[in-house]
Ligand binder design. Structure first.
Ligand code: ZN
Length: 173
């Protein structure tokens, strides 16, 4: 089992909110602000004079309204990759880790949400300093300005998805 670093926090509605340190998650539990959804089997940790299961996923007891700001979200490289789900905008493969200026910078293309897409390295170097049309490539999705929550909320890992589904199934039984 990989060393546990962070605990996934769910809203009371079961949506993923963020990840926090184990220490922070324990303060939620001690303060009765959250309950354990999933834990590391057979392990406990001491906090506030009691032994607690070591949580991997906790759920807030009270629903937290997530602020969706109207303010434009600042465009960052990581934000573009997240918006596009780390999928290459040209070939659709996952694991894209570069960003491409749709209209190249040399032609006055700006570095904003509407001109940046996630791209895999082969597509990025194939397109080079050309427009998609010039390179004979097509954008699978149009670049867009994301709502802030799409950038801020956490994507569940495969392991977390599995753990969460198991916990929900246990609740139903
Ligand atoms: Zn690609």
């Amino acid at each position: 089992m990989p060393r546990q670093r962070e605990v996934l926090v769910l809203n009371a509605s079961w949506e993923s909110l963020n990840r926090v340190s184990l220490h922070r998650a324990l303060t939620y539990l001690v303060g009765e602000r959250a309950e354990i959804v999933d834990r590391v089997p057979g392990r406990t940790i001491r906090a506030a004079g009691t032994h607690w299961p070591v949580p991997t996923i906790v759920r807030l007891v009270r629903y937290v309204r997530v602020q969706v700001t109207r303010r434009p979200v600042r465009c960052t490289r990581k934000g573009v990759l997240r918006r596009d789900g780390f999928r290459c905008a040209f070939c659709g493969r996952s694991g894209a880790d570069t960003i491409d200026h749709v209209l190249p910078r040399s032609r006055g293309g700006h570095s904003g949400w509407l001109n940046l897409v996630a791209a895999c390295r082969p597509c990025n170097s194939r397109k080079a300093d050309r427009t998609p049309a010039e390179a004979g490539m097509r954008l699978l999705t149009a670049p867009r300005v994301p709502a802030s929550y799409q950038v801020g909320w956490v994507q569940l890992t495969v392991e977390e998805t599995h753990r969460l589904r198991r916990a929900q199934e246990q609740l139903l039984n």
